[in-house]
Design a protein around this ligand. Structure first.
Ligand code: SF4
Length: 407
């Protein structure tokens, strides 16, 4: 068992048994600037932001996560996601309290029903750690009264037979006890038209001790249960987290990851590629990369959309397809997920589709009914099938790289 946490004076006397107990991890989360000072060298900005208690998302950092932070480097990706900064107190002109418009799509408190056949079931306001980039910061960490009135939710779901997919989220559902979570799963399994049940959670990443054999038994009992995890940086896929992923995968739980594109944390193609590779090695399928929402107090984490396209360009074709997630922007105000991709279609004309591949080389696809190559102006002068050799009507040379993707 890794006991390297003992090099940190605050935990030098903690036994490995306590360290591995998720209840101990929860009870001993870092809430104050005095505690945090014993783990990392705080910058003046971090000192000031941590000392302020009002006007920002609550701070709570499990010892496991704190021990992963770089003591001296304020740019450490683990540290940036857990430690408040003064930028959180700035509200930009486009920032929104509820950037995904969830509150307006709640037929009963805590149940978001936006898409035709699926719902989001918010079961708790609590999280193991409060991520500084949280888009649902209006709801989490304190009691805001918007969480699910469970009976109302179950009644709604029983009546709405068009719903076949439930994502249990929060906050973080893994803050519930195994017994409570089991009760929720049992109630959902009683509703015959619910075919697909997922749990959205960041806890296996921020506090992997929560993944216990008893928890895995609950998931097995109500199988198939899928899990959507939330990973943002390759450093998060630690040996301890891999152990937790193994337990989940061995319990038959399909695992996916949602990643938020965060400035200064993962907004480099090489970092993102490394993350995707580490996830696959841990049997977690990269599912989405989210453009950071326009939530209040997280503008400093936002990047240009072109940065996301650049990252997708660097992934698609350059690595295994399983390592390429879908890049989405959540339409501000309630538009739902809008997928974005670099444009690989150069032109379409009279059944002739001119495409570029991941290397920027040009290829031609003939749709059914397209004329013979000599009849098609765009292909005049092309070779046998036009692919990979000569110039097309757009002045582009087939098989030659074009300089950049077309956003
Ligand atoms: S675990 Fe999820 S809901 Fe909780 S603070 Fe982090 S991002 Fe927000």
């Amino acid at each position: 068992m890794d006991d390297s946490y003992r090099r940190i004076p605050l935990w030098s006397n903690v036994s490995p048994e306590d360290w591995e107990d998720w209840h101990w991890q929860l009870r001993n989360r870092i809430y104050t600037v005095d505690q945090l000072r014993q783990v990392i060298s705080l910058t003046p900005d971090e000192e000031e932001a941590c000392a302020k208690k009002q006007g920002r998302l609550v701070m709570a950092i499990p010892p496991y996560w704190a021990a992963l932070m770089d003591r001296e480097d304020p740019k450490c990706p683990i540290r940036q996601q857990g430690v408040p900064r003064m930028e959180e107190f700035s509200i930009g002109p486009h920032d929104m309290r509820d950037p995904c418009g969830e509150d307006t799509d709640m037929p009963v408190p805590g149940l978001v029903h936006r898409y035709p056949d699926r719902v989001l079931f918010l079961v708790t306001e609590q999280c193991a750690m409060y991520c500084r980039h949280c888009t649902r910061r209006r709801l989490v960490g304190e009691n805001h009264g918007l969480m699910s009135a469970y009976e109302g939710t179950f009644e709604y779901l029983r009546k709405h037979t068009e719903v076949r997919d439930v994502l249990i989220s929060g906050g973080d559902p893994l803050m519930m006890t195994d017994v409570r979570l089991g009760q929720v799963l049992a109630r959902l399994r009683e509703i015959p038209h619910l075919e697909f049940i997922r749990i959205g959670s960041r806890t296996p990443v921020t506090m992997p001790q929560r993944v216990t054999p008893e928890f895995c038994e609950v998931l097995k009992k109500y199988k198939p249960i899928w899990m959507s995890l939330h990973f943002c940086h390759p450093k998060e896929v630690s040996p301890r987290v891999k152990q937790a992923m193994d337990m989940l995968a061995e319990s038959g739980v399909p695992l996916g990851s949602q990643t938020v594109l965060l400035k200064g944390v993962n907004d480099e193609p090489e970092i993102m590629k490394k993350l995707m590779h580490e996830l696959l090695k841990a049997r977690v399928r990269p599912y989405y990369i989210y453009q950071c929402d326009m939530a209040q107090g997280i503008t400093h984490f936002r990047t240009a959309v072109n940065k996301g396209l650049e990252i997708m360009q660097a992934l698609r074709g350059h690595t295994s397809g399983y390592a390429v997630p879908t890049y989405v922007v959540d339409g501000p105000g309630g538009g739902g997920k809008i997928p974005l991709s670099p444009n690989y279609v150069v032109s379409t004309k009279e059944g002739v589709v001119t495409l570029r591949n991941f290397e920027g080389k040009i290829y031609t696809y003939y749709e059914p009914g397209a004329g013979a190559p000599e009849m098609i102006p765009a292909m005049a002068g092309a070779g046998k099938n036009g692919n990979g050799h000569k110039a097309n009507g757009n002045g582009l040379h087939l098989g030659e790289p074009i300089p950049d993707y077309i956003p």
